[in-house]
Write a protein that binds this ligand. Structure first.
Ligand code: BJW
Ligand code: ZN
Length: 239
């Protein structure tokens, strides 16, 4: 079984990775669900919705500032680096729910940020959008137009950026192999991407220490962490 998967990986032209918080766990960035997850400590509905933001923008901004510091101090791990290195041999696309930018920092060039980015800010009213250079002296920061600025991330009840979502669906629907790494697949619509790949006949490989709702549809489920499993698995591939 494993050898035939390695053969198929070697033959594959286009490989897509769908990643979630678990791939950055070994870089010291907490996941959302699970035993040390952020949603065990914080209430998602008080931090990750637009209503919560308007209710208490300072609190939400402080939470993102704390996470931004952790993320900027973190380094890509062997999982991110293996995916980036694979670009030397294959067409690789990364569809990530993470806002931490670690895939790009590892060197991946085709990264689709489905839930936005923690280093970008945007206005709640006008079209202003910019990379954040420094921390703000006062929270919440205010746009030149006089309205509140917010992190450029996707909260519950908000649509994903439509251009990125469209590209992600296309990549998922046309890959030869899809890796689903470090995501609980609890959040839609990102959790539809493996279905698109499966419908297109892609080989499906999951890397997650825990079972997920799609484990039973996978061709291979590796119950290990991504920083351990990805370098081992991809070293078997005849590139
Ligand atoms: C390891 C590991 C290691 C650990 N190695 N693996 C009912 C009410 C209201 C809404 C809904 C509803 N039902 C459905 C919805 C829709 C909703 C949704 O899905 N909710 C569910 C929770 C029920 N989705 C939305 O609202 C989305 N928008 C939408 O649907 O819009 C529709 C619309 C259309 C048109 C107009 C208007 C609207 C938006 C979803 C936004 C999600 N946002 C967040 C936070 C923002 C970014 C941030 O602050 O970081 O995104 S929530 C959070 O979950 C974050 C993540 O990207 C996302 C996914 O989590 P992920 O990555 O899967 O992490 P975990 O923690 O769940 O899992 C980690 C996994 O790693 C585990 O499996 C571990 O085992 C594993 N692991 N260590 C490998 N070392
Ligand atoms: Zn503005």
């Amino acid at each position: 079984m494993f050898e035939s998967i390695a053969d198929k990986l070697s033959q594959a032209e286009k490989i897509v990775f769908v990643t979630g918080a678990g791939i950055s766990q070994e870089s010291g960035i907490p996941t959302f669900r699970g035993k040390d997850g952020l949603w065990r400590k914080y209430d998602a509905m008080q931090l990750a919705t637009i209503d919560a933001f308007y209710e208490n923008p300072k609190l939400v901004w402080e939470w993102y500032e704390e996470r931004r510091k952790t993320i900027l101090a973190a380094k890509p791990n062997a999982g991110h680096i293996t995916i980036a290195d694979l670009e030397k041999f294959k067409r690789v696309h990364v569809l990530t729910q993470n806002i931490d930018g670690l895939h790009q920092r590892a060197g991946s060039s085709q990264v689709y940020e489905l839930h936005g980015s923690i280093v970008t800010i945007k206005c709640t009213v006008c079209d202003f959008k910019e990379k954040m250079a420094n921390s703000f002296s006062e929270l919440p920061p205010i746009c030149k137009c006089g309205n509140i600025l917010r992190p450029d991330v996707v909260w519950f009840g908000e649509p994903l950026p439509q251009d990125i979502w469209g590209q992600a669906m296309e990549e998922a629907s046309s890959c030869d192999v899809m890796f689903v790494v470090g995501t609980s697949l609890a959040v839609s619509p990102a959790n539809m991407l493996p279905l698109y790949a499966k419908q297109n006949g892609a080989i499906m490989i999951e890397v997650n220490p825990e079972e997920t709702s799609m484990s039973n549809t996978m061709d291979l489920s590796i119950r290990s962490t991504s920083a351990k499993a990805l370098p081992e698995l991809l070293s078997l591939v005849d590139k």
